[in-house]
Design a protein around this ligand. Sequence first.
Ligand code: NAP
Length: 441
Amino acid sequence: MTDYRRLRVALLGAGAVGSQVAALLLKHGDELADRAGASLELVGIAVRDVDAPRDVDLPRELFTTDPEPLLVGSDIVIELMGGIEPARTSLLQAINAGADVVTANKALLATHGPEIFEAADQVGAQVYYEAAAAGAIPIIRPLRDSLAGDRVQRIMGIVNGTTNYILDRMDTEGAEFSDVLAQAQSLGYAEADPTADVDGYDAAQKAAILASLAFHTTVPLEAVHREGIRSIDKQMIDDARHAGYVIKLLAVCERLPGDDGWEAISVRVYPALVDRAHPLASVHGANNAVFVQAEAAGNLMFYGAGAGGVQTASAVLGDVVSAARRHIAGGVGVGESTRANLPTVSIGHVTTRYQITLEVDDRPGVLATVAGTLSDGRVSIATVEQTVIDPADAAGQPGPTARLVIGTHKAREQDLSETVQRLAESGVVERVVSVLRVEGD
Ligand code: NAP
């Protein structure tokens, strides 16, 4: 066996991901040493409760409730506790003590990323976070390194497995949102409090991380427009299918070219209609995918498991090997590039296509009024489909009712929302059923 230099590796957290990282580190230690060029010695695992049951058997003597000695004496510190504190303080402490750090903590990076990267820059350390945006899917290194010579124009990501699972089952089984959510909770796919997933918070954190890297700009979480999937019902899913679309919760990070070389970015999370022929439409179940459009490389798609303990451990261990190689090679870490410093525009300035579904009075002149209102609002119609609603389905309406499904050309969000408001007040529209963006052109 080669006599490698020994690197001390500390682990903070041994939950779903951490316990798998520890197990793989111990099981494949020799192989990892050959790849890293260093022997990776797991010196300790900090947890809250050393006696808590673990997903895998791990040597009890490694466990401690006191992370302090691990933070000051290690070459590589892996943070898998989650949450903001004490993860933030622990990472800063480890960096200042000279360690390279590995984390999968999207909540922390989306809110305190600049502080952590700055601390690492100050001491020449490196922060690795491949598992923070899409679990096992390699996307951080492709954006940071492989595409460093290109210009990313747009990223569209399905980065939350729980919402994709819910929307996929609604689409394939015709189920209602609340029923699928309840089942997902009972199967452990969704948390008892599903807010972080279904209201788009988790996806927004990942969008902030991806956009920061892709556009070499610090994107604070507050700059990410966020909408969740609670408003998506069976009717909207059926209408989408009828029109050749599927509804996906997307994280969209987009470069917006302006006049005279001026550029800005938009970062947003919302449920959107995706053409069924688009590669993202075939991402089923709890899988994730990130579709990247770059100026020279063209379209790239990264697909796989966006979560799961052992799957995520794969990405974490890749980071550990990278950190070890860097340690052996020496030199200072290369920080995140934020020099482009592009401004982030609000959602009102974004242009997309839309599909507007209205219930209107079924009488002469109504279509002309709707078309005129859209045109006055600078919203150009691409397609219109009109169906007469069965009176039994139009409960409470005095006269005959029709359903209008209007596909628009690209329009500015602010123009669109003001126009929909005017339609709602026009006297001919009984109900605005839904307004959905169409993404993926
Ligand atoms: P988890 O199952 O909840 O495990 C958290 C671990 O951290 C537990 O071992 C816990 O100790 C320990 N811990 C929590 N607070 C602590 C504290 N104050 N002091 C010491 N130890 C503490 O979490 P997870 O699912 O493994 O996720 C870990 C990180 O990976 C999170 O940032 C998460 O966002 C990220 N991530 C997870 C997945 C996934 O599929 N799970 C995917 C991608 C990224 P006890 O065991 O003693 O309670």
